[in-house]
Write a protein that binds this ligand. Structure first.
Ligand code: GLU
Ligand code: MG
Length: 467
């Protein structure tokens, strides 16, 4: 479980001594530097690094970084809000020592995610990891609820791009194909070894649908750890690929047409160690609370899209009949509804039953995406929300009158539409707080403006190598 307490200037009790011990261990393992990792509002992973010997200092006093990165766009242009985006000010990045990991595919390096606090020791209201920590701590304290989460990771493996950033997939065998597993055998084995060495609990790895596309799924964790490990997994997937002379794209759409890279979220709500998504008297064994949680996410799916599909390229992926879940619908094990109910295999349901949120990609900041999905679900629980009729099969084939009667709507078809939904969503904005909510709006508007007038192929190219 993630430690939910905030960092403290000078270090939480015992933290500095622990960092001293860890630094000695890192030195013994040939580690020279520690990557301090966070994800910005645009969904771009950004880092600072410190020499491994400075870990205790970072645990005590943090490492400096400008808050301006909260309003960076994927192309490194800077937008602003009332409080963010100015060249002034500084924050302290505090590594989470629980997550400190020696990087197997980057010899000499270790990695840790950070929380960001102000120079006065206050929470930074723009810190997405702090947001998710706070939200999960509140849910536990006020409602006795905790969550398990996972982020699926899809990526495409390519020949390193030339100066024009072109995309040439490295594997061409069939979807889920044995051919592809053999073609990438050494890469895949090294990736699994690196994950195991780093304590990444991989459940599955397989060749996906599109040319050069692969997927990795990890065992569920508490939401903050799940977000952290999804970032670490991406760092690892990329690093192993580089060692094999390959390039990786996690972009929602590497090309304008075809199946994209998803980053589906899996979520389950638990009370006192019991999974609420099974063993209940509602449809498919949901308890009343899990039904309300699911209904809460469903009701906010259009606004949530601004957080879970944050790039103009996200809307190249969010097309019907490509398993990206582009309708406000839910169904048992359906891959075209926005929400797929997973009941799990008989005998394993207590562990496995969960909710899959599909209109999510890996341009999304995982802390914001998980936090907003949980906030939507908690709102559903508070309201005692119930689910509409179930939709199985492809909602794209529903007769329009039938779709309307069931409340089945197409999700936003552009980032601008998603932002309009998000602006009107007081629940998500309140959960994020004004600073983060305004940053989301400003960054999304900046991304939309950055690609104004570009055709779909150029939009895909603009984001292909950013995530
Ligand atoms: N690639 C699909 C997407 O963009 C998902 C395929 C799957 O269900 O695993 O969401
Ligand atoms: Mg997949």
């Amino acid at each position: 479980m993630t430690t939910l307490a905030d960092p403290v200037p000078g270090g939480r009790p015992g933290e500095v001594e622990r960092a001293v011990g860890l630094a000695a261990e890192l030195a013994g393992r040939g580690v020279h530097g520690v990557v301090l990792s966070y994800v910005d509002t645009a969904g771009v992973g950004r880092v600072k690094t410190i020499p491994a010997g400075k870990l205790a200092g970072a645990a005590a006093w943090g490492v400096g970084m400008s808050p301006v990165f909260d309003t960076f766009l994927a192309n490194d242009a800077i937008v602003s809000t009332d409080v963010l985006g100015s060249p002034d000010g500084d924050l302290r990045l505090y590594p989470d020592l629980d997550q400190l990991t020696v990087l197997s595919a980057q010899p000499g390096w270790a990695w840790a995610p950070v929380d960001r606090i102000t120079q006065d020791g206050e929470r930074h209201p723009g810190c997405s990891r702090t947001f998710l920590r706070r939200l999960t701590a509140e849910a536990a304290r006020e409602h006795g609820l905790d969550f398990r989460a996972g982020v699926e990771i899809e990526w495409t493996l390519a020949v390193p791009p030339g100066p024009d950033g072109d995309f040439v997939p490295v594997a061409t065998g069939p979807a889920y194909g044995a051919v592809r597993q053999v073609e990438l055998s050494d890469y895949a084995a090294e990736l699994l070894a690196a994950c195991a060495a780093q304590g990444l609990d991989v459940d599955q790895f397989h060749p996906e649908y599109a040319a050069g596309q692969f997927e990795l799924a990890m065992a569920p964790l508490d939401p903050v750890a799940a977000a952290d490990r999804s970032v670490l997994a991406r760092q690892t997937i990329r690093a192993v690929a580089r060692r094999h002379g390959l390039a990786v794209s996690f972009a929602p759409a590497v090309r304008a047409e075809g199946v994209g890279n998803g980053g589906h979220l899996h979520l389950s709500a638990w009370r006192a160690g019991v999974n609420l998504h099974t063993g209940g008297d509602r449809r498919h064994g949901l308890t009343a609370e899990a039904e309300s949680f699911t209904a809460g996410v469903l009701a906010r799916l259009p606004a949530l899209t601004a957080v879970t599909a944050p790039s103009p390229a996200s809307y190249l992926r969010l097309r019907p009949s490509q398993w990206a879940g582009v309708f406000t619908a839910w169904g048992l094990e359906t891959r075209e509804a926005g929400l797929r109910l997973i009941r799990g295999t008989a005998g394993l349901r207590g562990q496995a039953a969960n909710l899959e949120v599909k209109p999510v990609d890996l341009a999304a900041n995982p802390y914001l995406a998980l936090g907003c999905a949980i906030a939507a679900g908690l709102d559903g629980i508070a309201a005692g929300a119930t689910l509409p009729e179930e939709t199985t099969g492809d909602p794209a084939r529903l007769d329009p009158a039938e779709a309307k009667a069931r409340g089945v709507r197409r999700l936003p078809v552009s980032l601008a539409e998603a932002v309009a939904e998000f602006r009107g969503d007081t629940v998500l904005r309140a959960a994020l707080g004004p600073v983060l909510a305004d940053a989301v709006i400003a960054v999304r508007e900046g991304e939309s403006a950055a690609v104004a007038g570009l055709d779909d192929e150029r939009v895909a190219a603009a984001y292909r190598w950013k995530y």
